[in-house]
Design a protein around this ligand. Structure first.
Ligand code: CLF
Ligand code: SF4
Length: 522
């Protein structure tokens, strides 16, 4: 299970999936990287298809926006904040805010009772038909609040059985609840694992509370890692898909996360999500106050790349809040306050949801077909040039956002192997701290995408375009409303043509910054 991979090719029909895999096979042969290791995972980073996944696994991941990078362009998740308490302390967490294991610091969610949560799920499901997953991810640890967490799952599985259930935990209490997790058909569990070495753990966790006793330092970290590994093994033995989140903390666990990756892979984890530490003094965390920095964009990408051997890496995590609603890159939680939900006339229509999702599948198919056609134009291409391209998008896999309206940019790596999603950069329009309020938005965005050769937008004004050009970033609006991956490949082909004609010179771009300041927007 650990070696299975999800990608755009996964969504093709059996007929054209073969074609896409064949194209990737041909490309890999040209590039001399081979296509599949013994595990069946494409070793050139191209991705394999649904054919690599057992049908029951495919059923679990195909519409889960976190477990499938491709699905995240089309399907939404929601969280309900029913779990306030926590049983450990992380040095990157301030309890005033949501659990930073699945949330950005500085975000506070509105806490709900299980009954309010169930009503909220129905309200969202009837308003956002592409919402397919309900997650409980805080604001504390869901398994430190087992009654509220499982009551919520029970209510939702009765009233909205088509919605997948998802859980995120620090893992300390996990072994005690694996049977209950299985009983409620929770198909997806995330465990935050930042270390498998208690000496490193002691630098991250000052204490844990276990079996009515507080443990500190190395002893606490040893108990935590033992419980996390046991819980992971118990879940994978039962066929429950496990994702591991790790917070990358430079100088503390950055090198060590390669070992963590090996440890969780060997225990059957399906996906590894290495997230950047976001740390600023205003968050009031130990790390924020002692000046512990987060990684740069390239440090994060390099670590993710080095762990991508035989395990799927998640690169599209948005570190969303404990009451997040919507596509991963957006947040519609403000529309669904408790007051608004209680006043809502909920019409949960399963047939309407299915009909909408059929349309989404047609759009996914068209995206796959467009990528496949464009990939054919790269067959035989030998270049080892790689470039990063930032994309302003509102979802659906298209270049469909105005430069000035973008709150984030998706980052694609273009190479002779095609287009690959490698991350995203958030650029809050209402920043407090971090890059500094006095700085112009253009400067903020340029810092966030400074390692990119081009930025694709639906529209852009003359001034920002000139600023980007001055920074060496090509502002491109000719792919407005086109499919992203098809456009990335087309641009890359043109880039190579220009290189070969001597029109341009390929130079290495610098590093980029990951947003560190507090978030006041979702
Ligand atoms: Fe929520 Fe987490 Fe489930 Fe997704 S989020 S409980 S697996 S449904 Fe997703 Fe959000 Fe990242 Fe979490 S983008 S923070 S990985
Ligand atoms: Fe905070 Fe989550 Fe860590 Fe608990 S597990 S201390 S809520 S980050």
């Amino acid at each position: 299970m650990a070696s299975q991979i999800i990608s755009l090719s996964s969504i093709a029909t059996p007929g054209n999936r073969m074609n896409l895999d064949e194209i990737m096979q041909q490309k890999a042969e040209h590039l001399g990287c081979g296509t599949h290791g013994g595990s069946g995972k494409a070793s050139c980073g191209s991705g394999a298809g649904q054919g690599d996944l057992a049908p029951e696994i495919w059923e679990k991941v195909k519409n889960h926006p976190c477990y499938s990078e491709e699905a995240h362009h089309h399907y939404a998740r929601m969280h309900v904040a029913v779990a306030p308490a926590c049983n450990i302390q992380c040095n990157y967490c301030n309890r005033k805010y949501d659990c930073a294991n699945e949330s950005r610091p500085g975000v506070v969610s509105e806490k709900l009772t299980p009954e309010q949560a169930a009503k909220k799920v129905l309200a969202v499901a009837s308003t956002i038909p592409q919402m397919t997953v309900l997650g409980i991810a805080g604001p504390g640890d869901p398994l430190a609040n087992p009654e509220k967490t499982f009551k919520t799952f029970e209510l939702i599985s009765k009233t909205a059985p088509d919605i997948k259930l998802c859980l995120s935990t620090n893992g300390l209490a996990l072994p005690d609840h694996v049977d209950t997790i299985a009983k409620y058909n929770v198909d997806h569990v995330t465990i935050t694992i930042n270390m498998v070495d208690a000496d490193i753990g002691a630098q991250i966790y000052p204490w844990i509370y276990y079996k009515n006793k507080r443990y500190k330092g190395r002893e606490a970290a040893q108990i935590l890692t033992d419980r996390q590994m046991l819980g992971l093994e118990m879940l994978t033995e039962r066929g429950i898909l496990c994702k591991v989140n790790s917070v990358m903390i430079p100088g503390i666990n950055d090198q060590h996360l390669v070992e963590v990756n090996r440890a969780v892979k060997s225990r059957g984890a399906f996906l590894h999500n290495i997230m950047p530490l976001i740390s600023a003094p205003e968050h009031g965390t130990v790390f924020g106050l002692n000046g512990q920095r987060g990684p740069t964009a390239q440090e994060l990408k390099t670590l993710q790349d080095s762990c991508e051997g035989e395990m799927n890496m998640m690169r599209h995590c948005r570190q969303c809040r404990a009451d997040a609603v919507g596509l991963l890159g957006e947040d519609r939680s403000a529309e669904f306050t408790t007051e608004a939900i209680m006043a809502m006339d909920v019409d949960y229509d399963l047939e309407k949801r299915k009909a909408y999702q059929t349309l989404v599948e047609q759009e996914r198919q068209a995206t796959a077909d467009a990528k496949m056609a464009e990939l054919e134009t790269l067959v035989g291409e030998q270049s080892d040039v790689k470039i990063l391209i930032a994309v302003a998008t509102k979802g659906s896999g298209r270049v469909n956002e105005h430069f000035g309206h973008a709150s984030e940019f998706q980052i694609y790596e273009a190479s002779a192997g095609g287009a690959k999603f490698v991350g995203h950069r958030r650029v809050d329009l209402y920043c407090q701290g971090g890059y500094g309020e006095e700085e112009a938005l253009e400067t903020t965005i340029i810092r966030a995408i400074n390692d990119c050769t081009a930025v694709f937008v639906a529209k852009i004004g003359g001034c920002p375009k000139a600023s980007l050009e001055a920074a060496g970033i090509d502002a491109v609006d000719r792919y407005a409303f086109e499919y992203i991956e098809q456009s990335v490949i087309a641009y890359y082909r043109g880039y190579l043509d220009k290189l070969r004609s001597g029109e341009i010179v390929h130079g290495l771009r610098g590093d980029a910054q990951i947003r560190q300041g507090a978030y006041v927007a979702a």
